[in-house]
Every structure is written in structure tokens, then in C-alpha cells.
Design a protein around this ligand. Sequence first.
Ligand code: SF4
Ligand code: SF4
Length: 432
Amino acid sequence: MQKYRILSFIIVHILMFIHVVWAKDAVVGSFDFQEFFDRFLGQGVLNAGSIMVILAFFLTLIFGRFFCGWLCHFGVVQEFAWWVFQKLGIKPKTINSRLITFLPLFILFNFYIIPNVSHFFTSQSNWSLSLNMSYPDVWTFLPGVVIGSLTFIVDGFLIVYLLGKKGFCRYVCPWGAFLKFPTVLSTFKVRKTGDCTNCNSCTVACPIAIDVSYEINKFEKVINSNCTSCMKCIDDCPEDSLSYKFLSPIKDFEKAAISDFSYSKKSYINSKIKNLYKSLRSKDFFIIPFCILFGLSLDGLYHIGHMLSFGIAAIVILVTFNNEYSSKLRLFLLVFGLTFSLFNVSLKYSKSQGVTYYENNNYRKAVPYFNYIIDYYPLEIGKYHAYLSVCYYQLNEIDKGYEHYIKAKSIIKDDYKLNTLDDLYSSKKVTQ
Ligand code: SF4
Ligand code: SF4
């Protein structure tokens, strides 16, 4: 089956390449999971990404999370990273923590479901159903080369090296979290169909670090909602004891209990595999809130999006709490994590205060907040110079305002928002 899986990845990427080169993006717009939440739930636009999510959801009800195991480019990058590490003789341990459950769900609900569902219910008048397959343009919101490469390195390789198998899929990916719900009900699952010698080859083979051997012997099937239907466990079972088989959900859940879906202390402890995993579950009380706060403080700053900010957060916090690393490194990460988070929070607080005062025409109080951002934020952001130019103009400090106007113009090229500033400063005599 693995040959077919590799073929599937290759076909998907060839189709993407053909679309970009040949069709010049004109046929299909962004083909992303967030389209369903942002465009469809938020605005009513049924585009390629929304249709893909709806299809993926219903097909997952039948086949499980095959999308993650057979089509997703980020999944294949991480499997490739794991393969490279094994070939180089590097054997990263796979880290287990309750963060695997909480963080992807937090990202999914906090950034996608809650804002868009509430928008859907509160602004029905702006929501109208339309079909537009080429909307939005693929390239308009993709990260630039620097952030794109950093995301690839951090979420594709570094996270696998430090947190183990498919660290990004397990700890961060909100789309995986979204597909967990239909996966639980899926009719096709990996099931035990022969005698098992408990050799644990299936657990070792599983690219997403499920204790397959434990689950199939306890439940007669893989019950874990992270299963991506990749069939690697089936391929690697020397006894042919596993099959990917259909069973009606009613029969499947006849004897099931909610507790079956929670973590069991009896998993990951078989002597043949226990050295491959490291549990940090005893420290989850600190790990989960620290990680969410660190990720939130970083998210949106330095052009960093959700996936990279929470990928970095998961790495920093889980390494900090992993006593297999030196205490010097962990102390450094702890101090760095806290200081960096506090600094980022101070920037976000200044931004929110400055904009609030600005919007209430309280320019005098807005100025120190915008100046703080300009003085301490490592990147040059034209919009804060633009804010300051308006504030100083309104406070009749025209020279200072003009300086920020010129600075804003040198950073933001051809932005329509600058027209207001152009009008403001062309009609005023500048004492330069
Ligand atoms: S349990 Fe089997 S099918 Fe599911 S992800 Fe692991 S190896 Fe793939
Ligand atoms: S690989 Fe097969 S025999 Fe070995 S533990 Fe898994 S199911 Fe049992």
C-alpha cells in the first residue's frame, strides 16, 4: 500500500504544479482548509477550499483520516524527515503529552470555528451564498520566502527531531483536529483479523505514533482519532493480523465507552517499544497553559502565522519540560520563553491601547503606545508611522507628523490608506 500512498502524494503535487504553471491560478483559488471557515462560514463563498473540506469531512466518515495520510503535503514532509533521521542514525524519542489533544483543538476553535461561527450568526445580512472557484487568489495570503522556509524547517523537520513522529500533525495541526470528529465514527478502520504475537512491529511502523499493538488487542481495532488510514501497520505486521475493514458504526460502538477514547497508562509501556517514547503527562498542568500563552503572545507578530507560532511554542515548552535535555538548555529556554512572551505581550498591549485611543480621537494618549512599538518592534511597520503622523497632525505638531508621514510612505508603497495622509500634509504648510 505504501507504493500507492507515495504515488498519491506525487499525483497531487503534479496536479498542483500543472495548475500553477499551466492554468496560472485562474481555475482554482486557494485550496486550503481554512477556506471553509473563513470564506464559507464567514462570508458564504463556496470555493474550491470549502468544497474540499466538505468532501474531506464526509469521506472521513467512511474512510477515516485518509486525507492526512494520503494527500497532505505537510504529512509527507514530516514522514520524510523521520525517514532521513533514521537513515542518519538519529533516533528522536516521540514525546507524549495531553497537549496533543488540547493545542490543535484550541487553535481550531479559537482562530477558526468561534470567530467564523459567531460572525455567521451575528451578521446574517452580510452572509450570502455564492459560488466562486477561483477565489481567493492562491498567492495573496501565502507567507513570503523567509516565513515559508522557516515554517517548513520548524514544522517539517525541527519539530520531528525534538518532539518525534509527526510532531506538527500531533501537536499543532487544527485540520487534523477537525477531522478527528468524523474519524471516530468512520466505518473503515484498521481491525484485528488474525492472531497477534504482540511483536509491536505495527506500533513501531505507525508514522503518527499510535500504540497500535495495545489498541488492537484491547479494542480489536485502532480507536485512536489520529489514525490517518495509511495502512503502514497492516503492511508491517508479520502475522497478517490486521486489515482495513468495514463495520457499521452501530455495531462498532455497541460496547464502546467514552473512557475508551482517553489515554491509558497501559499503552506505550511494552518493553519492546517503551524506549521510543517519553511521557511528559505528569507536567501537563504547566505545559498546556504555558504553551498556549507562549503561542498566543507570538502569533501575528514578525509576520508569523498560527502554524509557525504554535509550532515554536510546542517545541520551546516541551523541550523546557523534558529532563532528557541538559538543565542549562532548559533554564535558558525557560528564561527566553518567559522574557520573549512578556515582550510580545507588551507589544500587543501597546498596539491594542494605541488603536483604541486613536479610534476614540484621544491622540495624546495614543502617541506613547505607537512610539513604544516603533522603538522596540524589530521590524519596520509603516502603519504605526501612519498612525503617528495623524496623531501629531491632530495635536498640531506638524513637523513630527510630517517625519512619520515620510517614513510611512517609504515603507508602505502605493497603499490607498496613504491617500488620507497625502491630503492631510499637502494642504498644510510644513515647516521643514
Ligand atoms: S494506526 Fe496504522 S493506519 Fe493508522 S496511522 Fe498508524 S500505521 Fe497508519
Ligand atoms: S505487528 Fe501484527 S503481530 Fe505484531 S503486534 Fe502488531 S498486530 Fe500483533
